[in-house]
Every structure is written in structure tokens, then in C-alpha cells.
Design a protein around this ligand. Structure first.
Ligand code: ZN
Length: 297
């Protein structure tokens, strides 16, 4: 059995850091992660540099990442302008995103869900052949403004999104880290049963439920997961949120489950340490702090 682990620290982990992380530091992290055997990575976001200055050098990071052998590079795209930039920059995969809840979508993207959806639907239609798409649904389970998201509301949006394209990957995202494993398992199982094997899971570890949610999604049939080395980060629009579920924790767990990750443990620990040491980064995760696990490197 195999799992696909997509690294998100270069985007989700670095984005909330207040001071600008130098482009060379970002590139060094991307290289270290690639050296550890990461084959899929979210390297940045084509959002307005005025709104999120940390991602202003995404084109430069992408240019280097694209040269790394066997690495599929994703960039986030919230709208038509981001789409045009991403296509011009040669991204392998577009990470479209919007929120399941109206208030988070307005806070994060400054427009209604329907406005986002209409724009993104046209992008799905217009994307050139060969460019892969991941459609991320933020706050599928819990919203910082509206609380626990009703299951029917979440599934309505998944249904609407899956109709856009038969093959597009769709990610159920626990943006605040406050999903419960039961909820994740239930919605993931419902999605896969109704709309096929093309779902991914993106989670944060704010409440210490990151791995539990991941394994609930795995048991429901999900085989593509986001995780962030060093567990660094947070979310500027989800106050109190901490970083992504740590990549090294996820890899340790999948190794223990006998699931193939393709990731080199020792080199991953090096990369995760590098991420954790970036000035301003708030590291998370457990395994990096366990001497016996470090010794296994
Ligand atoms: Zn996230």
C-alpha cells in the first residue's frame, strides 16, 4: 500500500511568518525536502503580494523547484489573475481554493462563496491540458467564525465542485485543526462513495488531532495527504491555528502502518529541522523531539 504525501510547509508553513523569509531560505528548504524524497510540494501562492507579502517571490521559488527531478510543483490560485500568473510561470498543478463557509471565504478572499466558485469554475474549464488541478475546500469541517460546519452544507459544496470535472483532485481541508476524526471519516467516506477515489485531506494539528484525522481519512479510503515538515505555521485568517500536521509525524505513522511513503527518514528529519529553525517559524509535531525516533535516522 502506498500513500502520496504532499509537502506544504513552503506555503502553508511560511505564509503566517511576520517577517519576510528570504527567497534563498525558501529555496534551500525546497531543495532539502526534495532530497528527502518528497515528490509533491506546494511551493507558493499566486495571491496579491499586497495581501500576503510573504508569497511575493513564489515565481522565483517555483522556477527553481521546477528544475528538481521528479517533483510536481503546486501553486495556490484564488482567482483569474493568480491563474494567469501560474500558467505563465509553468506550475505543474494549480491549487484552487475557496471556503465552505461564507464568513471565512469573505475574510480570506474578500468575496462571496458564489463569486469564488464562479471564477474557479471558469478556471477549471479554461486550464490547459496537462496542467493538473487540485480544488481545495477550506473549512470543510470547522470555521473560525461559524464553528462546526453542518455536514449537509459541506457535502453540498463538494457535490457542486466535483461536477466541474471528473478527474480533478478535491481536498477536504481542516483549516483550523478543529475537525474530529469521526467527522473526517464520515465526510471522506461519503465523498469517496458518491464521487469516486479522487479526494485528498489537508489538516492542521491545532488541537492535537492531526494524525487521528489523517488516519480516519485513510481508513475511509483517502490516499493523498498534505503535511508540513517541522509542523510550522498557522493561518492568518484562522486565529489560534497552529501549523500543518507534521510531515515527519505522518511519515512515522505510515511507516508503522506498513504503508509506503517513498520518503527517506534521515533526510526528512534534516529538512524538518531546517524548517523548524527558520526565524519566526512556530514549529510543531512530536516525532522530531523523540530521541529514539531521531536515532532511527
Ligand atoms: Zn492549511
Amino acid at each position: 500500500m502506498k500513500v502520496i504525501l504532499s509537502e506544504v510547509s513552503p506555503r502553508d508553513g511560511l505564509q503566517p511568518i511576520a517577517g519576510f523569509v528570504p527567497t534563498e531560505t525558501k529555496i534551500a528548504l525546497v531543495r532539502a525536502l526534495h532530497a528527502a524524497g518528497i515528490t509533491r510540494m506546494e511551493v507558493g501562492s499566486f495571491v496579491s503580494p499586497r495581501a500576503i507579502p510573504q508569497m511575493a517571490d513564489t515565481a522565483d521559488v517555483l522556477q527553481v523547484a521546477k528544475q528538481l527531478e521528479g517533483l510536481e510543483c503546486t501553486v495556490l490560485v484564488p482567482n483569474r489573475r493568480g491563474f494567469d500568473t501560474a500558467i505563465a510561470a509553468g506550475a505543474d498543478r494549480l491549487g484552487l481554493f475557496m471556503s465552505v463557509t461564507e464568513s471565512h471565504n469573505k475574510a480570506n478572499l474578500n468575496r462571496t462563496r458564489m463569486e469564488s466558485f464562479t471564477d474557479l469554475a471558469a478556471i477549471v474549464r479554461d486550464a490547459p491540458k496537462g496542467v493538473k488541478i487540485r480544488f481545495n475546500l477550506s473549512c470543510t469541517f470547522h470555521c473560525p467564525f461559524e464553528g462546526v460546519v453542518p455536514e449537509t452544507e459541506a457535502m453540498e459544496w463538494v457535490e457542486r465542485v466535483q461536477e466541474l470535472n471528473d478527474e480533478m483532485e478535491i481536498s477536504l481541508c481542516d483549516t483550523t485543526g478543529n475537525a474530529s476524526p469521526h467527522q473526517v471519516g464520515k465526510l471522506m467516506r461519503h465523498s469517496i462513495t458518491h464521487w469516486g477515489d479522487r479526494f485528498a485531506y489537508h489538516g492542521h494539528d491545532t488541537y492535537g488531532l492531526g494524525l487521528a484525522n489523517m488516519v480516519a481519512a485513510w481508513d475511509a479510503g483517502c490516499r493523498v495527504f498534505d503535511a508540513g515538515s517541522g509542523g510550522i505555521g498557522g493561518c492568518p485568517y484562522a486565529p489560534g491555528a497552529t501549523g500543518n500536521t507534521a510531515m515527519e509525524d505522518a511519515v512515522w505513522m505510515f511507516n508503522r502502518m506498513g504503508v509506503e511513503t517513498g520518503i527517506h527518514w534521515g533526510k526528512l528529519i534534516e529538512a524538518a529541522d531546517m524548517a523548524a529553525q527558520i526565524p519566526g517559524a512556530l514549529p510543531g509535531g512530536r516525532v522530531r523531539g523523540v530521541p529514539a525516533a531521531r536515532a532511527a535516522a
